[in-house]
Design a binder for this molecule. Structure first.
Ligand SMILES: [Zn+2]
Length: 428
């Protein structure tokens, strides 16, 4: 792709000054980015897949598997694998952090190794992506073309040139290692970078401290857990928390977990606590305080829901009475089980809550053709019964969580025997 503007043109121009990856850099990458394999066969002969040398091994296979061993020929520390596999192929990404013409540059190399028993390992390395950052955070990407594959978006076309390309997620590479000798532009250092990445991708860290002075402040004051959280969840707006964050910084309080702390500040706001007070925003035990408020909020929501239900019950009480008052007072027993008609919507609510079924939420109190009764033994609820007012038959009788109890048949018999009590009221 041709550069579209002066900025891209300039970057393409100076990118030609970047030196090729050096032999020591390649050697370092090959050594650290891959496991090195010694292939052990059933007779205990080990073949070094780095140099092709083989020798008789005297250790047990288990000791080899745990300790590995050193090749007596090329001196490479080897992982010993007992296998009949002959060919081993691996690919990785390797990164170099450097500068060029006043820009911060992160270079990504696609490296691969092909190993075959009895042969010297063959390594290869090809630069595929460069991410360029100006001192004020303006970005450009230079990359090879990607191959046309539906399955693999990072299949590179190695015949294509390194050119200015529009951003694609394939350019967001997480290499297994960055080369330890690194160069950064003075602006990155000025904005707080001291060589530590705090488990943040270098590009994301540089970009944030070059473009966002809040990120710069967090890095400089050691609030790296919060910074990492904000960078990883780029949708998180930090502005509503900024006053509380400043209280933390003023009090030398380091936030140990960004996500939990932001959540905790939300909870404080919910309960109207002072989020400018160090007493609240700098807790000694963040996780404990967070859990405490979480439980508090759950209890609050539960109370809220209960209140809504009570309100609903109150609203429906009159309508329910109009429909079912003529059945109030019906109750009967066989000496063990007491059965009685529920006489208020509030009772439906209590029954539903105690029995964990939907007699209240399903609004059974408003169903014209159904009558609900509760069966108890010594005051303890056993099952809830629905009778059809059309047929006077038991439609359902259910215990806790809709399960039948051992009294199920006994309850149904008892209800059937007393159907006339209901029929009488209907006639009245
Ligand atoms: Zn060797």
């Amino acid at each position: 792709m041709k550069p579209k503007n002066k900025f891209q043109q300039h970057i393409l121009e100076i990118s030609k000054r970047l030196p090729k990856i050096t032999e020591p850099q390649k050697r370092w990458a090959y050594k650290h980015c891959f496991d090195h394999i010694g292939k052990r066969n059933a007779k205990g002969i080990i073949t070094c897949l780095e140099c092709g040398h083989s020798w008789q091994d005297n250790n047990s296979p288990l000791a080899d598997a745990i300790l590995g061993c050193k090749c007596p020929n090329c001196n490479t520390q080897l992982d010993i694998k007992t296998t009949r596999k002959r060919v081993f192929k691996e690919i990785e990404y390797f990164g170099i952090i450097t500068t060029c013409g006043g820009f911060q540059v992160i270079r990504y190399f696609y490296i691969s190794v092909y190993r075959k028993a009895g042969e010297q390992a063959r390594y290869s390395c090809s630069e595929v992506v460069q991410r360029w950052l100006s001192p004020n955070g303006k970005e450009a990407t230079i990359a090879r073309l990607r191959g046309m594959s539906i399955m693999y978006y990072d299949l590179w076309n190695f015949g294509s040139k390194l050119e200015i390309r529009p951003y694609h997620r394939a350019h967001d590479i997480e290499p297994i290692h960055f080369y330890p000798r690194q160069r950064v532009i003075p602006e990155v250092r000025r904005n707080g970078f001291n060589g530590e990445y705090h488990d943040i991708h270098p590009l994301a860290l540089f970009r944030s401290i070059l473009t966002d002075n809040k990120a710069e402040t967090l890095l400089k004051t050691g609030q790296t857990n919060l910074l990492r959280y904000i960078i990883r969840y780029s949708a998180k707006d930090i502005n509503p928390y900024w006053n509380s964050i400043r209280i933390c910084m003023r009090n030398g309080y380091i936030i140990e977990d960004g996500s939990i702390w932001c959540d905790y500040i939300d909870q404080l706001n919910f309960f109207g606590k002072d989020t400018n007070s160090p007493k609240y925003v700098c807790p000694d035990n963040l996780h404990k305080q967070h859990d405490l408020y979480m439980k508090k909020k759950e209890a609050y929501i539960e109370r809220q829901q209960l209140e809504e239900k009570r309100q609903k019950a109150r609203e429906n009480e009159a309508k329910f009475k109009e429909l079912k008052a003529k059945f109030f007072g019906i109750s009967f027993t066989d000496g063990t089980i007491q059965v009685r008609v529920l006489e208020s919507v509030n009772e439906f609510m209590e029954e539903g809550r105690a029995m964990h079924h939907c007699v209240f939420n399903g609004e059974y109190y408003l169903k014209e053709n159904s009558l609900i009764l509760s069966a108890t033994i010594d005051g303890k609820r056993i099952e809830t019964i629905e009778i059809s007012l059309k047929t006077l038959k038991v439609v359902q009788s259910r215990g806790v969580c809709n399960k039948n109890t051992e009294y199920h048949d006994q309850i149904i018999n008892l209800v059937n025997k007393n159907r006339r009590l209901i029929r009488k009221r209907m006639a009245a």
